[in-house]
Design a protein around this ligand. Structure first.
Ligand SMILES: [Zn+2]
Length: 265
């Protein structure tokens, strides 16, 4: 984790918090990668009206800003009251702002990674305090509909396995086209469909989890005639690596690069 200490000239001394019960996540609501120094300038110009008097903010309202490249920058000192989620939350939470507009696009992988590390770091000092969004405290969309709390929570308990894109590929079996995927540079075909098309059958062995079909994407064991072939689950379907699958079934595989098509004959 990389925390860059930014020296802000505050308009008055930030006040220490007496309790810390949570971490509040924000987005900067900007299309560009706003840094802590820039946000500090914006927030110096903001004020609340208290008893008819303008009371200007002391400066940046967040305790941390996470840039799009995952760099963490300091805002108000970690143990001081911020201006980020209204009077109820400000006095007892730590505000973390991720640069970007997550109504329009998603946080970067680097931002999620830095945020997970920052949360662990804060919890090292303040205990296992919960993480919430600005919208949990006030009427706002912040931190945006593309901010994925499930992903953050999975990362925090070490259960995030990442997203991997699977591109579609055409597979033609004995002249009949079926839909497959390219995953990690291998073509995968739906196991049951291709095996049945080639005169075989698929059995489902619960005990050994030989072929699994469920709403889960990821690696799966596929065994064809006693030979294990690389397999993957996508949207509840098992896919076996087409070359290994066809070879195990005694067929030939030909890749037509021009048409991005696998022929099984
Ligand atoms: Zn916010």
């Amino acid at each position: 984790m990389n925390i860059v200490e930014i020296q802000h000239n505050f308009n008055g001394q930030p006040v220490k918090r007496s309790s810390t019960v949570g971490i509040v996540i924000h987005h900067s609501d900007t299309d560009f990668d706003a840094g802590a120094a820039t946000i500090h300038q914006w927030h110096l110009a903001r004020y609340d009206v208290i008893n008819g008097q303008k009371v200007y903010w002391k400066g940046i309202g967040y305790n941390y800003v996470i840039r799009m490249d995952g760099m963490i920058e300091t805002g108000r000192p970690i143990d001081t009251i911020g201006s980020h989620a209204g009077p109820t939350a400000n006095g007892k939470t730590i505000g973390v702002c991720l640069s970007g507009n997550f109504e329009k696009f998603e946080p970067t992988d680097e931002q999620y990674q830095a945020l997970a590390e920052l949360v662990q770091y804060i919890r090292g000092t303040y205990g296992d305090i919960p993480v919430s969004g600005h919208r949990d405290w006030m009427q706002t969309d912040c931190p945006g509909s593309n901010f994925d709390f499930d992903r953050l929570n999975a990362m925090l308990v070490g259960q995030w396995e990442g997203e991997e894109q699977m591109d579609a590929v055409k597979i033609v079996v004995n002249g009949y086209p079926i839909d497959g995927h390219i995953y990690r540079d291998q073509s995968f075909a739906p196991v049951r469909q291709i095996v049945e098309m080639m005169g075989g059958s698929v059995t489902w062995d619960e005990a050994s989890r030989t072929v699994v079909v469920q709403n889960y994407n990821g690696p799966v064991r596929v065994v064809v005639k006693g030979k294990e072939v690389p397999g993957v689950l996508s949207n509840g379907k098992s896919f076996g690596a087409i070359r290994e699958l066809a070879t195990a079934l005694g067929a030939n595989v030909r890749w037509d690069d021009a048409n991005k098509t696998v022929f099984v004959e």
